[in-house]
Design a protein around this ligand. Structure first.
Ligand code: PHE
Length: 446
């Protein structure tokens, strides 16, 4: 059988589709708001550039050379101890776990596309009540839209790399960019654009503490889709002779630009029509709809367009979160793509129902342990433990375990004199950074 490979543009859009997700448009603006804007954004940008870029290249390299699922790629590339190194490939599990709550959030977005057609809350208070009624009492609505997200994602996975993943990204990504750029262009005409710009870019260092720092670094990883095998698995289907460095650059560029554009646009709307940069996960579900209300009927149009863009971002990332485990079952157990896709789909779908229940009154009490309910635990364990661990494993693997010659032969032609700098940071800077982030996110560095 001929192996399906991405076209060059198909790969870039698919990898960017993975990177550009709820993390960019939903999470980035609200954590930037929470940690005071400018200084946080700067730490995030520096991390993306210096840490994210290096690991992105390393992750692409493992996939590109391995050509298989993540577990097999590690196993085959390890010159020794391959029986141990293959376990690093199980970072792919993290993606499947993230999908448990990711699918539920995509479901909320679907619901908001539909309701925004005819209804927007007239005050922030009302918006809060609406959102919290859905979250805490409306199990069926959440289940219905979670089912839609599951069906969409599983269907695309069953169609494979070319006919599913590439095709979807070739349509959804440009559409998403057009919607966001259109709304961004409109926001630049509002008087509060300057204020939003200042909020995002003038650093107030007093607001940055070790916690903000760790969150910024952790987010840089999450938003670039690193450490969960997604980029690695896509890279296994890259064309031979691809330039990994320019590919990584494009993904980084699109991901960062879209986060900044979304942030500027949202903050402009919130300054102009709402209460200013809102904090917390309710930003796009609570403060934003109330701000759109102030705009009248055009607000409905904007709201619907915005939630469509957000849904597209979520769906393209969602597919990449599950594909690594699908590929694993295909390569290691000889499953058909259909069987692997449906099994993985059902896994996140069914456990996702528990995540929904863990927010529902009457169930949440049994599904809460310590300070977190099931939903938040999944988020925490995947991003605080599994993801930095995946990053650490990859940098040690490429930096110390793989033969340098082999790494050099692929990357030197593209990196040139920067190769040594990249190699050095992979060996000595990134492992330390990952370790600190892991400790910090685990709350050990207070
Ligand atoms: N990068 C995606 C986002 O910003 C999430 C993601 C993480 C997707 C890891 C795939 C792998 O939302």
């Amino acid at each position: 059988m001929k192996i399906a490979r991405f076209s060059r543009i198909g790969f870039i859009l698919a990898a960017a589709g993975s990177a550009v997700g709820l993390g960019n448009i939903w999470k980035f603006p609200y954590i930037a708001g929470e940690y005071g804007g400018g200084a946080f954004v700067l730490v995030y940008l520096i991390t993306v550039l210096f840490v994210g870029f290096s690991i992105m290249i390393a992750e692409m390299l493992i996939g590109y050379l391995g050509r298989k699922d993540t577990v097999t790629s590690f196993e085959e590339l390890a010159p020794r101890n391959s029986g141990m190194w293959k376990y690093a490939g199980f970072q792919a599990l993290a993606g499947l776990f993230v999908m448990i709550f990711y699918s539920v959030v995509i479901g909320w977005i679907f619901h908001y596309i539909v309701t925004s057609l005819t209804y927007l809350p007239s005050t922030v208070k009302e918006a809060e009540t609406t959102f919290s009624a859905m979250l805490h009492t409306d199990f069926l609505t959440q289940l219905f839209y979670h089912t839609m997200a599951f069906s969409w994602i599983t269907y695309v996975l069953t169609r494979g790399i070319k006919g599913g993943i590439e095709k979807m990204n070739m349509v959804l990504m440009p559409t998403l960019m057009i919607i966001l750029l259109g709304m961004f262009a409109y926001s630049t005409t509002l008087d509060t654009f300057g204020k939003a710009f200042e909020f995002m870019f003038s650093p107030d260092w007093s607001k940055i503490n070790s916690e903000a720092f760790v969150v910024a670094v952790g987010h840089a990883f999450f938003t670039l889709s690193l450490g969960m095998g997604a980029i690695m698995t896509y890279s296994a289907s890259m064309e031979k002779g691809s330039n990994l460095v320019t590919n990584a650059f494009w993904v980084l560029f699109l991901d960062t630009t879209i986060a900044i554009v979304a942030g500027l646009m949202l903050f402009t709307f919130l300054y102009q029509y709402g209460a200013g940069p809102a904090k917390g996960p309710g930003l796009v579900f609570i403060s934003l709809p109330a701000a759109f209300y102030e705009m009248g009927i055009i607000g409905n149009v904007f709201a619907v367009a915005f939630f469509i863009a957000l849904a597209f971002a979520g769906l393209t990332s969602g597919v990449s979160l599950v594909e690594p485990m699908v590929q694993y079952f295909i390569d290691r157990f000889g499953w058909s793509r259909l069987k692997a896709s449906i099994s993985m789909g059902l896994f996140f779908y069914l456990i996702g129902i528990i995540a929904i229940l863990s927010n529902i009154d009457g169930f949440k009490e049994q599904l809460t342990w310590g300070s977190r309910n099931f939903f938040d635990w999944v988020d925490y364990v995947t991003s605080a433990i599994m993801l930095p661990f995946g990053g650490l494993a990859m940098s040690v693997f490429v930096g110390f375990v793989m033969e340098k010659q082999r790494v050099e032969s692929i990357l030197k032609p593209h990196l040139g004199f920067a190769f040594e700098a990249w190699y050095f940071s992979l060996r000595y800077i990134i492992p330390v950074a990952m370790f600190v982030v892991m400790l910090g996110l685990l709350g050990i560095l207070e």
